[in-house]
Design a protein around this ligand. Structure first.
Ligand code: FE
Length: 349
C-alpha cells in the first residue's frame, strides 16, 4: 500500500454519517474510496432515472381538461388538490435539504446524493408549474391552497415544525441529545413527509393512468413518485446507518416517539385524502384510502425496524404495478435514443 492510499484509507475509515471530519474549507472533499455504498448507488440510480417534465407531451391532457365531458368535477378536484399540496411540500423539502440537512451530513458520498436529490426537487417544482400552465389552472388558487385548505395546511405545518433544530443556524450535532434530535428530524423529514404524506396523492394521480386520463400529467407523477421513493430509501439508509454507528440513540422512548409521529401523520394523511376526494374517484373510496395510508405508515415503520402500528392489508395492490415503469418507458430511451438510461427499479412504494 502506498503512502497516499493509506492516507486515503485512513480518511475513509474516519468518515461518519454525522460528526465526521468535514472535508471542506480549503480541502475539496475526496469521494473515493467509497465508504457508504448506498449513497453512491442512490446517486447513480437518480442519474439513470433522469427525466424532464417539459419533454412530456400534454396535448391529450389539455383536450381532456377543456372538454366538458373529459373529466368529472371530482377528478378535477383531485388534480388541483394534489398540485396544491405538492407545490408547497416539495419546496419545503428542497429548502430543508440545502439549508439544513446538508450542513450536518459529513460523509461526502451522502452529500453527493443530497445534491442530486435537491436537483430532483427542482425538477418536480418545474413539473407542477408545467402542469398548471399547460392545463390553464388558476395559479392563485393552486399556489395559495396551503393557506386556504385546512387539510393541506395541517400537513405542511407538521412538516415545517418537525425540523426546528435543523433550521436553527446555531444547532450542532456532537452530543447524544443533539444527535438524537438530528436523527428524530431525519425520520420526520424522510419517513413522515416523503414517506407518508406523498402517497395518497400518488395513488390518486396514478389511478388516472389506469383509465388513460390525463396521460402526460400521470406520467410526470409516475416519475416523481419514482424519484421520491429513492429519496425515502436514501433517508431510510441514512437513519439506519446512523443508528448502526450510534446505537445508543435508538432508545425505547425514541421508538415510541417515532411510532406516535408516524401514526399522527397517517391520521393527517387520511384527512387530506378525504378532502382530496370526498366522494372517492375511479373506484377508490375514502375508507380504502384510510387503510392505504395506514398500510403505508406501517411499511415505513418496518423500514426502520419498528413494529407495525396499525396492522392493515394493502387495499391497492395495483400500486406496485403502477410504479413499475416498463423498460420501454425509460425516459430518454423513448425520447432521445442515444441517451442510455439504466434499469429502473423501485424498492418501495
Ligand atoms: Fe423528495
Amino acid at each position: 500500500m502506498t503512502a497516499s492510499s493509506s492516507t486515503l484509507a485512513a480518511r475513509v475509515n474516519a468518515r461518519r454519517l454525522i460528526n465526521g471530519p468535514v472535508e471542506g474549507e480549503f480541502n475539496p472533499f475526496i469521494l473515493h474510496p467509497i465508504k457508504y455504498a448506498f449513497a453512491m448507488d442512490a446517486y447513480k440510480t437518480g442519474n439513470d432515472n433522469h427525466w424532464l417534465p417539459t419533454a412530456i407531451p400534454m396535448q391529450r391532457d389539455i383536450e381532456q381538461w377543456q372538454s366538458q365531458t373529459g373529466l368529472t368535477d371530482d377528478e378535477r378536484r383531485v388534480v388541483k388538490v394534489a398540485l396544491g399540496y405538492f407545490t408547497t411540500a416539495d419546496s419545503i423539502v428542497a429548502n430543508n435539504l440545502v439549508l439544513a440537512v446538508y450542513r450536518h451530513i459529513t460523509a461526502p458520498e451522502c452529500r453527493m446524493y443530497l445534491l442530486r436529490q435537491a436537483y430532483e426537487e427542482a425538477i418536480h417544482t418545474n413539473s407542477y408549474q408545467y402542469i398548471v400552465e399547460s392545463l390553464g389552472l388558476d395559479e392563485e388558487e393552486i399556489f395559495s391552497m396551503y393557506r386556504d385548505a385546512r387539510a393541506i395546511h395541517d400537513k405542511d405545518q407538521m412538516t415545517a415544525t418537525h425540523t426546528p433544530a435543523l433550521l436553527d443556524p446555531a444547532f450542532k450535532t456532537g452530543t447524544p441529545e443533539a444527535d438524537q434530535q438530528f436523527l428524530r428530524e431525519l425520520v420526520d423529514f424522510y419517513i413522515v413527509t416523503e414517506g407518508v404524506f406523498f402517497y395518497s396523492s400518488f395513488a390518486a394521480m396514478l389511478s388516472f393512468r389506469q383509465r388513460n386520463l390525463l396521460p402526460g400529467t400521470a406520467e410526470q407523477f409516475q416519475y416523481i413518485m419514482r424519484d421520491e421513493s429513492m429519496h425515502m430509501n436514501f433517508g431510510i439508509d441514512l437513519v439506519n446507518g446512523i443508528r448502526t454507528e450510534q446505537p445508543d440513540l435508538w432508545t425505547p422512548d425514541f421508538v415510541r416517539e417515532v411510532t406516535d409521529r408516524v401514526a399522527e401523520a397517517a391520521v393527517l394523511e387520511e384527512q387530506y385524502a378525504l378532502f382530496m376526494m370526498p366522494r372517492g374517484i375511479l373506484g377508490l373510496n375514502a375508507e380504502s384510502f384510510g387503510d392505504y395510508t395506514k398500510y403505508v405508515a406501517d411499511r415505513r415503520l418496518a423500514s426502520i425496524g419498528i413494529a407495525p402500528h396499525f396492522g392493515v392489508q394493502n387495499p391497492y395492490p395495483w400500486m406496485a404495478e403502477a410504479i413499475d415503469i416498463p423498460k420501454s418507458k425509460n425516459f430518454f430511451e423513448t425520447r432521445v435514443t442515444e441517451y442510455r438510461s439504466g434499469a429502473l427499479q423501485f424498492d418501495d412504494f
